[in-house]
Design a protein around this ligand. Structure first.
Ligand SMILES: Nc1nc2c(ncn2[C@@H]2O[C@H](COP(=O)(O)OP(=O)(O)OP(=O)(O)O)[C@@H](O)[C@H]2O)c(=O)[nH]1
Ligand SMILES: [Mg+2]
Length: 199
């Protein structure tokens, strides 16, 4: 899960593991946001809500790629079916942080060559056109396969979604419609267009 600061990555992870766990998948979370002090605790709280274990490195400012490496090893030895990686929020113009993201992606591809990898950009739908530039840069660094549109419970209608799909050719996988654990829905283009035109 990738995206700029505060887009809703960690919350979305909490929501996704909730659905996945309920659907019977064996899940694991990698706490690869080693940048912000409270980030590991935050994702841990979400893991606890669904009884999903979180792989973290207790050290300070540790290498997030190393956490991902460890989490993949744990997932492989346990027969985990879904491993979700929480990453630190980053601005797309910070080259070193985008390089860090590429490194995480390389580790995943190398260490789990047979895994089905979904690389999702979590996009705050209240941000409008700024989202598009983000998506382009993230797409290169993390080889995005889709988008999650968050905060659609507010006044934002997420018109940016049209541009994301058209210009980047990325599917929208989920929408976030609130801060609660149940506030995640699969994306429906029909409902989305109805809301965009009528709401
Ligand atoms: N209203 C609303 N708020 C949301 C939604 N998703 C996330 N939030 C809120 O947005 C804020 C940021 O969410 P996080 O999940 O911490 O975002 P993040 O991308 O992990 O942030 P960083 O790790 O700091 O980059 C929190 O207050 C969340 O409750 C949503 O769909 N709707
Ligand atoms: Mg986070």
């Amino acid at each position: 899960m990738t995206g700029v600061n505060g887009a809703g990555k960690t919350t979305t992870i909490g929501k996704i593991v909730h659905i996945a766990q309920k659907s019977g998948y064996r899940c694991l979370i990698a706490a690869a946001d080693t940048f912000r002090a409270a980030a590991v605790q935050q994702v841990q709280v979400w893991g606890d809500r669904s009884n999903v274990e979180v792989i973290a490195n207790p050290g300070k400012n540790t290498d997030p790629a190393a956490v991902v490496f460890d989490a993949i090893a744990a997932a492989q030895s346990r027969g985990t079916e879904l491993l979700i990686v929480d990453t630190a929020g980053r601005l797309q113009n910070k080259k070193n942080l985008m390089d860090e993201l590429s490194k995480i992606r390389r580790i995943i591809d190398k260490k789990a060559p047979n895994a089905h990898v979904e690389s999702l950009l979590v996009l705050d739908s209240t941000l409008g056109q700024n989202g598009l530039r983000q998506a382009e840069v993230f797409s290169e660094a993390a080889q995005l396969s889709g988008v999650v549109l968050t905060k659609l419970d507010g006044t934002a209608k997420g018109g940016i979604a049209l541009a994301v799909v058209q210009q980047l050719n990325l599917p929208i996988r989920f929408i976030g419609a609130g801060e609660g654990i149940e506030d995640l829905r699969p994306f429906s283009s029909y409902e989305f267009v109805e809301a965009l035109l009528n709401g």
